[in-house]
Design a protein around this ligand. Structure first.
Ligand code: NDP
Length: 242
């Protein structure tokens, strides 16, 4: 099947890694549905459409299952070839100081969203007997000080991915996860310089990653070249291990 007939949903794609993924997929001639909490995504998609003509934008809070059902109700479920579950937030605090709402917001946005969006489209993929699911986890899944909420969600994403790989492989659906290290986006731009420098010092390549680095790995996992890769993790972190 040619890429233009493969429609990919990318969540959290109005900026940062998600936007870079969309940009890369459009260059590869995939059709794309951009989804973001930020309503500006509709204009972003319109602008990209002037160049590519195969992109839609949908405003949706993917942490909310009912909102997802509503926002995606007009999409033909058999049209979806791939899902990139990228939307995520962090609300860092040492666990002794972590408030319930910091835990709740991160688990809902970074883990429930992956269930919500995948659940809505998986039966269409099963009917089609093909599909790709790429989940964006994080190097923090391994445990990181100040990120009990985020690490729990991102570790959950890995368990979810590996389980789907086992359950859905027989339907020719591949599920894999990407583990970005420290990537330059609005999410990490908010960190104090001191923390950024500390991170860079721990990266063997001694530089921060770019959203395009994650986009390249994502495009590979949606490409036919990765046809035999299922239930695997690709680290994009310049060698960073937390
Ligand atoms: P950004 O904060 O730059 O972008 C995230 C995007 O997701 C924003 O457009 C945001 O919208 C959107 N979003 C947030 N919550 C929701 C929601 N509930 N529903 C729909 N959209 C939502 O993040 P990054 O690009 O840095 O991160 C992308 C993914 O990569 C995340 O899952 C993150 O955890 C992961 N990651 C990032 C790393 C990094 O170093 N940057 C490292 C490891 C993993 P809005 O602007 O309205 O908030």
């Amino acid at each position: 099947m040619e890429n233009s007939k493969k429609k990919i949903i990318v969540t959290g794609s109005n900026r940062g890694i998600g936007y870079a993924i969309v940009d890369r997929l459009l260059r590869e001639k995939f059709s794309v549905i951009m989804v973001d909490y930020d309503g500006e995504v509709i204009n972003t998609a319109k602008n990209l459409n002037k160049i590519y003509n195969n992109v839609d934008g949908i405003q949706c809070d993917v942490s909310d299952f009912n909102a997802c059902n509503d926002a995606f109700k007009d999409i033909n479920k058999n049209e979806i070839y791939g899902i990139v579950n990228n939307a995520g937030i962090n609300r860092d605090a040492l666990f002794k100081n972590m408030e319930y709402n910091q835990w709740d917001a991160v688990i809902k946005t970074d883990l429930y969203s992956v269930f919500n969006v995948t659940k809505i489209f998986v039966n269409g993929m099963i009917e089609n007997n093909c599909g790709r699911i790429v989940n964006i986890s994080s190097a923090s899944w391994n445990g990181n000080i100040g990120q009990a909420n985020y690490a729990a969600a991102k570790a959950g994403v890995i368990g979810f991915t590996k389980t789907l790989a086992k359950e859905l492989g027989k339907y020719n659906i591949k599920a894999n996860a990407i583990i970005p290290g420290f990537i330059k986006t609005p999410m990490t731009d908010q960190l104090p310089d001191k923390i950024r420098e500390k991170f860079i010092d721990r990266i063997p390549l001694k530089r921060i990653g770019l959203p395009e680095d994650v986009a390249n790995a994502t495009a590979f996992l949606l490409d036919e070249k990765s046809d035999y890769i299922n239930g695997d993790l690709i680290e994009v972190g310049g060698g960073l291990v937390l």
